[in-house]
Write a protein that binds this ligand. Structure first.
Ligand code: M6R
Length: 604
């Protein structure tokens, strides 16, 4: 996701900005840029792709005196990853970088364009700098214009702005997106959207709060809160440990990534939800013309999200859908017909087995689509069309936020196809879009929930196995729960359809067999409940996850009362992820790098 850096001081501004951006690389990005103001002269550079491209472009640019500079890594949301869309964005005499989303940008942009302002990019960010310059004309000073601009913006943002009108100053604002300023004994000022770029440069940092805006100069940090009351910066000592800073205080990257799901799902939804339709600008009209069937292919967690998609596609889009494990598909001489859309799903876009199936489908002349988290990966380059999941870089080997965003994309895609095929009423699509908007809240980790799972985990460190059971789309979630647990705890766990237990697996039931039962209120509740009762009657130890009290369970994790089973799906997803995490931590395992596993499996 996007990253921001800023610097004011006498050192090598260009190097400091580039180094800072490097520290933010792990968050993922597709373009980058810097703007430096020294001697009242601006220099700005932008490049698509990795930072090395930006380094190359700036290699002859020298910054050897006092300067102010801002930099940005961009993860495309509004508009494609191009140089024009990369930040910083230029007005007449000012530059801006921004993280977040300006929700009212379309309205502001229209007003500005009506007044003759020419926009160069497709981004929401560019309105900030033009609005600032418009306000400059009537304001007493640049800070007044900046304050007025900030108050006109709706949405979430962290902003840095520099202007020739006040060349020794950086203006900042924070609302919803993180931003901090750091200081040191040399009177320099550093800005960033997270701690890491500041480590080694600053002794103390001030984390801005929502509503804060102001400016810094060499001698001053001036902050106003959202009521325009002046406030003093509140400095704390900056950790000097980069790895722990990247984890933002979480014990493991996996834990951080579980907590991040609320923001990355919001990113996945961003710009894609209309009122009665899903907008995938990246898909060309006609992709689904002549398509009567969808074939999904993936491995591991991505296979589980694909399996979830089969329920959504058949239920909502009314299109025949099947899913296959990629390593099986590639060798079983499958029949491929041209009225099938072949869809591969991969967090990395590099998994060897999945990539091979994509090549097979292309060779057979099928239309292909990839759902992927990494732009420019092998699969994205090869497929006819791609949808990026926008989960940001996932470091934990056990996939969490990638899965969450994949299922989000599939849910959106099922509605997109439903609209094309007329298989759902407009009102029903609108209702589901309202549900989708609430998913970032559904996956927010409540402290009380995390505490409960932490306490409960001590009872699940032994036994001869775990069964995760669920019906319908909760079956793939059960599979995913079992995979998470076995990957990081090394305990034996299986996912099963609840109704299948009595056909064999129930023979294993005894107090040392732990059943994790997924019991959604809004999908086959009574049926799933009877299956759990059968296990309970045979003395399996039951941990039920449900919004409804269940007295046959030994342990009970209550999720919120939801309006729909898909919301229950996302709430339960967080529970099973946290359960695996806490069991693994209690067992003393390396959660982020479990034995025998690799993040990207590029061999077959
Ligand atoms: O990058 P991919 O999504 O293609 O990776 C597929 C699997 O290797 C991956 O999901 C794996 O199962 C994870 N370790 C699951 O946590």
């Amino acid at each position: 996701m996007c990253g921001i850096v800023g610097y004011l001081g006498n050192k090598n501004t260009k190097e400091i900005l580039l180094e800072g951006l490097k520290e933010l690389e792990y968050r993922g990005y597709d373009s980058a840029g810097i703007a430096v103001l020294q001697d009242n002269d601006f220099e700005s550079f932008k490049a698509v792709g990795k930072l090395i491209n930006l380094e190359e472009k700036t290699k002859d640019f020298i910054t050897d005196k006092f300067a102010v500079g801002i930099g940005h890594t961009r993860w495309a949301t509004h508009g494609k990853p191009t140089e024009l869309n990369a930040h910083p964005h230029l007005g007449n005499s000012s530059y801006v970088v921004h993280n977040g989303i300006i929700e009212n940008y379309a309205k502001l942009k229209k007003e500005l364009m009506d007044e003759g302002v020419v926009f160069l990019s497709q981004t929401d960010t560019e309105v900030i700098v033009h609005q600032f310059e418009k306000n400059l004309k009537s304001a007493a000073n640049p800070f007044e214009a900046f304050g007025k601009t900030v108050k006109e913006l709706e949405g979430a943002f962290a902003i840095l702005l520099v202007t020739k009108e006040e060349e020794k100053t950086i203006f900042f604002a924070k609302q919803g997106s993180p931003m901090l300023v750091g200081i040191n004994a040399e009177n320099e000022k550093y800005f960033a959207s997270s701690d890491t770029p500041l480590i080694g440069h600053c002794s103390d940092v001030n984390y801005f709060e929502d509503g804060d805006y102001g400016y810094v100069t060499a001698d001053e940090i001036f902050i106003l809160d959202k009521m325009d009351n002046q406030k003093q910066p509140h400095f704390s000592k900056l950790t000097q440990n980069k790895l722990s800073a990247q984890k933002d205080g979480y014990r493991f990257f996996m834990e951080k990534e579980i907590y991040e799901q609320t923001t990355v799902i919001a990113d996945t939804l961003m710009g894609r939800l209309g009122v009665e339709e899903i907008l995938f600008d990246e898909l060309e009209n006609g992709l689904f013309d002549g398509i009567n069937e969808i074939k999904l292919c993936a491995c591991g967690t991505s296979y589980h999200s694909a399996l979830s998609a089969t329920y959504l596609f058949e239920r909502y889009s009314k299109i025949k859908t099947s899913v296959e494990v990629a390593s099986e598909f590639r060798y079983r001489e499958p029949i491929m017909s041209k009225d099938t859309l072949f869809v591969v799903i991969s967090q990395s876009g590099e998994t060897a087995d999945t990539l091979e199936t994509l090549k097979m489908a292309k060779n057979a002349g099928l239309k292909t689509l990839v759902i992927c988290n990494v732009d420019n990966s092998s699969m994205v380059r090869l497929a006819d069309a791609s949808i990026l999941t926008r989960a940001g870089i996932e470091k934990g080997v056990a996939s969490t936020k990638a899965f969450a965003t994949q299922v989000t994309v599939f849910w959106m895609l099922s509605l997109y196809i439903a609209k094309l095929r007329g298989s759902l009423e407009a009102g029903e699509i609108a209702r589901q879009i309202t549900l989708l908007r609430e998913i970032p809240v559904c996956v927010k980790v409540a402290d009380s929930m995390h505490e409960k799972i932490k306490r409960l985990s001590k009872r699940y460190l032994h036994g001869h196995g775990f069964f995760f059971i669920g019906r319908d789309i909760f079956y793939p979630l059960a599979l995913e729960g079992a995979l998470k647990l076995k990957e990081i705890s090394y305990l034996h766990a299986e996912g099963y359809p609840s109704g299948e237990m009595k056909h064999g697996p129930i023979a294993l039931a005894d107090p040392e067999l732990f059943t994790i039962a997924l019991l959604p209120q809004h999908l086959l509740y009574e049926k799933a409940k009877s299956n759990v009762e059968e296990l309970s009657a045979r003395d399996s130890t039951i941990c039920a996850i449900s919004p409804l009290e269940f007295d046959k369970a030994d342990d009970f994790i209550q999720i919120s009362t939801c309006q729909d089973y898909m919301q229950e799906f996302f709430e339960m997803m967080v529970v099973i992820q946290l359960l695996a995490l806490e069991i693994s931590i209690r067992l003393g395992n390396d959660v982020d790098m479990p034995r025998n596993l690799a993040k990207s499996v590029t061999v077959e």
